[in-house]
Design a protein around this ligand. Sequence first.
Ligand code: ADP
Ligand code: MG
Length: 695
Amino acid sequence: MRPEILFPLFVAVESLKGVGPRMAPAVHRLAGPLVRDLMFLAPTGLIRRREMTVQTAVAGEVGIFDLIIGGLTKPGRPGLPFKLRANDETGFLTLVWFGGSEAWIRKQCPDGERRIVSGKVETFNDLVQIAHPDYVVSAEKRDEIVPVEPVYPATQGITSRQVRKLVMTAMESLPDLAEWQDAAWLAKQAWPSWPDAMKALHAPESEIDLDPQAPARARLAFDELLAHQLALARRRRNRQAVRAPRLAPGAAAERLLAALPFTLTGAQQRAVADIRRDLASGEQMARLLQGDVGSGKTAVAALVLADAIDSGFQAALMAPTDILARQHHERLAPLFAEVGVACALLTGRDPASVRRPVLEGLAGGRLPLVIGTHALFQDSVQFHRLGLAVIDEQHRFGVRERQRLLDKGGADGAVHLLTMSATPIPRTLELTQYGELDVSRLDEKPPGRRPIKTAVLPLDRLGEVAVRLKAAIEGGAQAYWICPLIEESEHIDLAAAEDRARDLGKLMGRPVGLVHGRMPGPERETVMQSFLDGHLPLLVATTVVEVGVDVPNATLMVIEHAERFGLAQLHQLRGRIGRSDKPSACTLLYGQSETGLGKTAVERLDILRRTEDGFEIAEADFRIRGGGDPLGLKQSGFPAYRFADPMAHAGLIRAAADDAQLILGRDPGLTSNRGRAVQMLEALFDWRSGRPSGD
Ligand code: ADP
Ligand code: MG
């Protein structure tokens, strides 16, 4: 329940004066739907306004002038501006408007009246002029013009100044709240109180105050991180209270282990042990198996799926694409068949006649194991006794989708959840993204892999690269050729991929496969399949091959316009090769942008040349780019923080997580004084309302 004192913050922005139906959508886009969201919208810059006279005016700076308005000259012909003369004791200047109307100008600037005018100073024919002044106010309203004006983000339909006005109105509702942070910690950091931090946020005095490390901003970032970590810690605690069936390995798991064509790595063994501990605990598991591409997550999943079946429960493995689901099925079904476990495939694309027996088998309990896509979420899919769900490439699924699968549990308690991800993220960020999950890492690659030789070359060497590729293919190699597909120019890039496939086909003198995201599924599948079967030597693809696909014989990869990809994405793409004991090579071709390829871009790509360790790559990319969203975390359900910048505030994340544990450990009901204040913090940030966030 939301405390009453916060009610004024949790009303719609539409309730503020000046937010009409035209402006509201813009405010929603910029800040969010609530007055609280406006209050939490941080300025991104500032404008310094200095008092000047016509004589002391400095071109290029923003001045505040005290003027007497004079005569108006109308534009002599279309395209020329209105010009208004005005003066102070030191001389004359001109106010200029392109467009507008005489009536509108004269209303603001009646002839002979005194006006305070502010705007950027220009000189034109040696005369001081201000084009489109920011402010023209009467002397009584002079206070509206502040010497240091915060600049807010703006968008179509709303200007920075309109935003600022709304923020100021929202700030009138700033409640006085008891301090939730530990007093000693606040003192140590030299951070202001929450209300002071909020006020300082909206009244920066210099650029220093805009820095993420400025005391007010750091404090608010920590508040936000703490609120988030509290929500995650609470969810984790709640989950630990959820009863779930006790699952333990039996004959099937044992025989499956024996049937694997390899022995598990130490990391795989540790992960299996972690998972088995969870499955046997009687509490619901929510674990993330984090492992770089090729680290062998599938084998771990297979073993613990067998545990569920051994314990008399059903198990499900879900993959984000048809291709992946089918590939998992092709690999695992024979293995499970060896140990006497039937394994069905369920995708959205199968006709009803294929689906029906699977659905019946699952509902009736005759089918112990199913591998599928999103189709498994659907209501028509009923399980007799689902005990464990494994979700591969978990970031491709929404939280709600995950939940829908978990809801398919039955009388025996909740469904255990194992999610798997190959998206490498720095350890500190793991806390913000996966704070509610237990994490096992596969930090050891299966033996026998040869390193992938990676080269970074300019795009103009494409021809040469293609010729070398031809020789390799004639020697029996298989290769991927990746073309970028960028949303805004999807059509153009698609055409480029088609052209590339045609040209390469001509050069190679043999058929070349093409797969792209817009291709109808079955068609894509057919092409992928003939690549997998070795019938096609070369596959031209947009990034649809990114996840999971395993074609061990493919040892070469060329990536065009590598500079357009995120490093994590390139790393995952490259992970498609180097999957056998044959040597593999990857060529990253970078294009020159109009402005010339920045040094950073080459430096970035060079990281991939130096290492194949996904975590090292993620950390390095993070350091080089210094923020932004280099890992594509926003798309993968990373929380949309308002104040916290996971890069700039990385050091605060661990502290917030520890603090959250400490607070809930000491006072689970949050009934102490600090506990109650902390409840207010949580309610204030209320992780579920306002801006969308993944978790
Ligand atoms: P990912 O973690 O990217 O999903 P996979 O599970 O697809 O990786 O495994 C990649 C490849 O490594 C597969 O061909 C798999 O058979 C093989 N593999 C997995 N574990 C081992 C191991 N312990 N020893 C040797 N090969 C392994
Ligand atoms: Mg995989």
